[in-house]
Design a protein around this ligand. Sequence first.
Ligand SMILES: Cc1cc2nc3c(=O)[nH]c(=O)nc-3n(C[C@H](O)[C@H](O)[C@H](O)COP(=O)(O)OP(=O)(O)OC[C@H]3O[C@@H](n4cnc5c(N)ncnc54)[C@H](O)[C@@H]3O)c2cc1C
Length: 305
Amino acid sequence: MRWLWELDRKGLCSVLSRESLKHWNTWGVGGVAPLVLRPRTFPVLRDICVAAKQEGVPLHLLGEGSNVLVPDEGLPGWVLLLRDDPTPPALLGTRGPLREFRVPGGVSLRRLVSWSLRRGLSGLEFALGIPGTLGGALAGNAGAQGDSIGDHVSFLEIQEEDGVVRRCARSDLSFAYRTSPFQKEKTLILSAGLLLAPTEEAELRRRARAFGDLRRNQPRMCKTAGCVFRNPPGFSAGRLLDLAGCKGLVRGGARVSPRHANFIENVQDASASDILELALQCRERVANAHGVNLEFEVRLLGPTP
Ligand SMILES: Cc1cc2nc3c(=O)[nH]c(=O)nc-3n(C[C@H](O)[C@H](O)[C@H](O)COP(=O)(O)OP(=O)(O)OC[C@H]3O[C@@H](n4cnc5c(N)ncnc54)[C@H](O)[C@@H]3O)c2cc1C
């Protein structure tokens, strides 16, 4: 393990031992990981993945932790953080009316959206108000109102568990509602090609405002992980939860948002089990009231109920 501390000393990877994962997810819950690693370069990232595989150490990948529930028991092995990458998008060329950019997976979605708006580039307005990294968004095909990140991808550069880096063409990638081919934690999205459209400022502002308005009925300034459940075909999960009387339900320090029934807030130092038990209670209510089995949208890390 000394080589990891050596990387830390050289500024190539920050290494935190016995680190509470509460600091690394938006719900602010979860136990400890033996090591939390933040590699600064792709070669270092690759070396870490290869070493973990060789030594049989479990590896968990997190971006900003805005779509995960980390268990109270913590996570065994190493947690890799791919976030806060300051690299700006690089113009690769034009494709008809569109511009193609390469963007690293660890770039913050918020920074990316505001960069695209400042540059007069349309395509990412749906992501206004969505926290997380580009890599996390791609892994879950994050989206809003029928638009999603997968719709704007031209290629992906990924790293397999054994450290091999591959380029996937758009034609080889299948994205669907909150689904990507990369939902296994073992495949890392290193960077993506994104296609964006130069657009007039007034039109861009109009689109941005329309997506921004959608956030009005969502909880703000609270610790949440976005929507807990996926929308079942033809229905809104939030509406079903609301009709089943879930708004305002409380378990320990967790509460179903009074504004939006598909959000669970950590209001008072909730544990991960408070959140999970509350989510399961809501799911049961919806099953009893509407005969619909909701599926989790957030990733439950660790043992699944
Ligand atoms: C207030 C709020 C509002 C939200 N609104 C929306 C919304 O409107 N629409 C929506 O879709 N989501 C929404 N979300 C959920 C979440 O923000 C997005 O899904 C986000 O894109 C997740 O990114 P992340 O970096 O936080 O991923 P994490 O939560 O860190 O990770 C999620 C999964 O992605 C994997 N992953 C992370 N980075 C990579 C990578 N580089 N390569 C491969 N896999 C990776 C992880 O292993 C994990 O399995 C919301 C969340 C919050 C808190």
